[in-house]
Design a protein around this ligand. Structure first.
Ligand code: PRX
Length: 589
């Protein structure tokens, strides 16, 4: 540890990792972090080669990395199966009958799925996908509530080399339509409905609307029965998940795919009206999510790990599914809202199941503060040993509250900065090592060559603001924007010469700690979710009554930022009849 950090620790400007945590953490000294960090930059082949050995490969790689800006290839020539790494490889170990998923639905229904059970369900559903014509490389759109079957569907795609594109269940029919048009998915996997704040979200109906009229690539819609809703079944197109299972076997051997085989496309907002399909591939992504889950969450077999994100976001992909399951962890998942039926639902769950690691967004923390600490104090949270945050900057007050009220001053907090594009954590404390400062994502993870630069790419001085860039490729980086290589190069690799531009502004303090200031492009961060101003504007001007629209962000106490729209109407009276329906669709988007 540097002398300066030691002095700061004495002065109370840092929060040192609690001793008991540090003693048994995988990495437990600053020297070890610095040594590994140095190796990861100076000898990436050695470092990443060793980390990748933590996964099962069908064929070894020939080269760790090939890089020709902006195209990276990791573990070149290697072959593996992402699903096999998350499921099958635990079957020959003591984890076979260990819980993989511990699930609670919003109405209070409960299910546990062991690794052996998950394996069976994934194999069965992979065969259902095959029976419905899905082949390696085909795109499958998943639009599900947060139930175990959403994860089963993702892993089943990975098993047969199909590319999943999960669309968050809170998104509208228009979002589904846009993503179908862009990805050309042939199959949609959905549910009749899902529960959210005591209401049923009519997922299948939204899919029906998305498929109404016009050309579509979709051949099949597979529907899981979750909410017992009466739904429309389109003959020759729609099939029930449970009926399909009757026709398939539970045997589905996993095949090895090239390390650069596409794993998924996840759409995120950019600075234009059209969402970008961020493409991730297999080997590098899995190494990145596996390695960060191991070191940043310090995952153990005894843990009950809970990341509250929905699988519709990158956090759900990397830290509900691929990272923790590849580590053989037990993951808690909860379908519904944190304040249903009352604002202590999360703490009830932590107490009842004995959650040990809890990972959520600052917006949620600020909501808990607003709802009052008495909701927390009703529950015994002593099982918690590690807390995390993600998605947006956390204000120091919220950090302190999280530390004191939820963590009882015993849990380290990992404030993890990363993006849909980065696939895995980039700036983050290591919980047994890094002294934390409330509001800072602290230091770079292994292999991350982060810097803050001006418009010309020159590094700025201490505490000077600038653009946050990454100066070399890393295993879990995006491989492109689906179908738009020019936009990929232009957006990420052309703004600062030779560097990946994150879109974020940041500064680095006298200890080398990073402080994220916020987006530098036309992207808002509302409740930890990215929203392009141009996207909202284009939804607004699509309305027949709207002449012009301009959208800006304003600070919001709970959500970080809120959307403010300035709209000029063409003529209110004439179009009034349209308002109800269209505005509702627009806001859902
Ligand atoms: O602005 C940063 C912010 O969220 C953006 C990425 O959003 P998205 O791709 O939706 O992924 C969110 C989950 C990884 C970043 O460009 N952001 C993310 N994490 C943090 C953050 N800002 C500050 N601190 C963080 N820990």
């Amino acid at each position: 540890m540097s002398e300066q950090i030691e002095t700061h620790l004495k002065e109370g400007r840092f929060f040192a990792p609690p001793k008991e945590f540090a003693q048994r953490a995988r990495i437990s000294s600053m020297e070890e972090y610095r040594r590994m960090y140095r190796e990861s930059l100076e000898e990436p082949e050695v470092f990443w080669g060793r980390e990748a050995q933590g996964l099962d490969w069908r064929e070894p790689w020939e080269r760790v990395v090939e890089w020709e800006l902006p195209d990276a290839k990791w573990f070149v020539g290697g072959r593996l199966n992402a699903c096999e790494n998350c499921v099958d490889r635990h079957l020959g170990t003591a984890r076979r009958h260990k819980a993989a998923l511990v699930w609670e639905g919003e109405p209070g229904d409960k299910r546990t799925m062991t690794y052996a059970q998950l394996y069976r369900q994934v194999c069965l559903f992979a065969n259902v996908l095959k029976r419905n014509g899905v082949k390696a490389g085909d795109r499958v759109l998943i639009y599900m509530p947060l139930i175990p079957e959403a994860i089963v569907a993702m892993l089943a795609c990975a098993r047969i080399g199909a590319v999943h594109s999960v669309v968050f269940g809170g998104f509208s029919s228009e979002s589904i339509r846009d993503r179908l048009a862009d990805s050309g998915a042939s199959v949609v996997v959905t549910a009749d409905g899902g529960y959210r704040r005591g209401q049923i979200v009519t997922l299948k109906q939204n899919v029906d609307h998305a498929l109404e009229g016009g050309e579509t690539s979709v051949q099949r819609v597979i529907v899981f029965r979750r909410a017992n809703l009466e739904i429309h079944i389109e003959e020759h197109r729609d099939v029930w998940w449970h009926r399909e299972l009757e026709y398939v076997s539970a045997e589905c051997p996993a095949e090895g795919f090239d390390s650069e085989h596409p794993l998924f496309i996840l759409y995120t907002s950019g600075s234009t009206g059209k969402p970008k399909g961020i493409l991730h591939t297999t080997g590098g992504y899995l190494v990145g999510t596996h390695c960060t889950s191991k070191y940043v969450f310090d995952l153990r077999d005894e843990d009950l790990y809970w990341c509250t994100a929905d699988v519709g976001w990158i956090t759900g992909h990397s830290y509900v599914v691929y990272g923790p399951l590849s580590c053989g962890a037990t993951c808690m998942i909860y379908e519904g809202a944190p304040n249903w039926p009352e604002p202590d639902r999360f703490w009830r769950i932590v107490e009842e199941y004995g959650v040990t690691i809890f990972y959520t967004a600052p917006t949620a923390i600020r909501s808990f503060i607003k709802w009052g600490r008495h909701w927390v104090e009703k529950h015994d949270l002593s099982s918690l040993r590690l807390l995390g945050t993600v998605g947006e900057p956390i204000n120091p007050e919220a950090w302190m509250w999280y530390y004191e009220v939820i963590g009882r001053k015993k849990c380290p907090i990992v404030d993890t900065w990363w993006q849909t594009e980065t696939g895995a954590h980039m700036l983050t404390p290591l919980p047994g090592v890094t002294p934390t400062k409330p509001g800072s994502a602290t230091l770079p993870f292994f292999g991350v060559d982060a810097a803050i630069v001006d418009e010309e790419g020159r590094e700025v001085g201490v505490n000077e603001g600038g653009r946050l860039v990454i100066r070399r490729p890393w295993p879990s980086m995006l491989r492109g924007i689906y179908g738009d290589p020019a936009r990929y190069r232009e957006q990420y690799w052309s703004q600062v010469p030779g560097c990946y531009f994150t879109g974020d502004g940041a500064r680095r303090d006298e200890d080398g700690y990073f402080w994220i200031v916020g987006r530098m492009d036309d992207v808002l961060n509302v409740a930890g979710h990215r929203l392009g101003t141009a996207e909202v504007e284009s939804a607004l001007v699509a309305h027949p009554a709207v002449a012009e629209a301009a959208v800006v962000g304003r600070p919001d106490e709970i959500k970080g930022q809120a959307v403010v729209a300035f709209v000029t109407l063409k003529g209110v009276c004439k179009h009034r009849q349209h308002f109800g329906r269209n505005c509702e669709g627009m806001w859902r988007k």
